[in-house]
Design a protein around this ligand. Structure first.
Ligand code: ADP
Ligand code: MG
Length: 251
């Protein structure tokens, strides 16, 4: 049976300040799949994630990003989010003066509104988010604090997963969700991500350590080098990278 495609990237070239960072990248992600993107620091992983999400600083000079058959090259970040793309940042930003609960509710309701669903009032939303926050093992006190302000590295990452579980996006891109986590937090976050995975959505995991992929087993592992995917393997590729290094695999 043919799987339904969620995201296709064709011959993508991206630059910033006239410096080329993504250089002819191809990738295709179907429903139900988990794709890991690995590669050395500076190979372009975060840039790829940000370009898919629509970061305005990066310019697509060539190629296409296609979400469920629609070219989204020129869509704004919020339009892409409404259509089902979620990006969990490598370095989540702090937003002083905005409570986490308000931020999550506005995000949630803007997606509901764009998809012609009724928005939730603050009280109903509070019930929902209080249940959700327990599933990521966060204390509900984090709802009243400003977004990510003074959160530890691990708490910021949990907050990204809380957003992911709330937005139920078609494709979630998680950029180094494992960085800054101790082993217990890593296991707990991985469990939560696995629970959110189903046969209709897809996951793109960016990491350069094998250990995340011990807990969330990918269907494919892609290795990036100088802004291209230079190798695609299965879940066993991660162990080979751990043993031999990237150069052994990609040379
Ligand atoms: P990775 O996530 O794989 O470590 P990045 O996508 O963050 O790699 O970076 C890829 C390359 O692009 C690096 O050489 C980085 O310095 C450069 N780059 C990324 N963003 C910018 C930017 N905003 N300005 C200048 N160079 C950038
Ligand atoms: Mg990065």
């Amino acid at each position: 049976m043919n799987k339904i495609n969620i995201l296709t990237i064709n011959n993508l070239h991206v630059s910033i300040d006239n410096q080329s960072i993504i250089n002819g990248l191809n990738l295709s992600i179907n429903e139900g799949e988990i794709h890991a993107i690995m590669g050395k620091n500076g190979s372009g992983k975060s840039t790829l994630a940000k370009v898919i999400a629509g970061h305005p600083n990066y310019k697509i000079t060539k190629g296409d990003i296609i979400l469920k058959g629609e070219n989204i090259n020129s869509l704004e970040p919020d339009e892409r989010a409404h259509k089902g793309i979620f990006l969990g940042f490598q370095y989540p930003v702090e937003i002083p003066g905005v409570s986490n609960a308000d931020f999550l509710r506005l995000g949630y309701n803007s997606i509901r509104k764009a998809n012609k669903k009724t928005e939730l009032d603050p009280l109903s939303f509070f019930d929902l988010i209080n249940k959700k926050i327990q599933t990521v093992n966060m204390d509900s006190a984090f709802l009243n604090r400003n977004v990510n302000e003074g959160f530890s590295g691990g708490e910021k990452k949990k907050n990204e997963i809380l957003q992911m579980s709330l937005f139920k996006s078609m494709i979630s891109i998680l950029d180094e969700i494992d960085s800054g986590l101790d082993i217990d937090a890593l296991k707990s976050i991985s469990n939560n991500i696995n629970e959110q995975k189903n046969k209709c959505n897809a996951l793109m995991l960016i990491t350069h350590y094998q250990r995340l992929l011990d807990y969330i087993v990918p269907d494919y592992i892609h290795i990036m080098k100088r802004g291209q995917i230079v190798y695609t393997g299965n879940s066993t590729t991660a162990q080979r990278i751990e043993q031999h290094g990237y150069d052994f695999i990609t040379s």
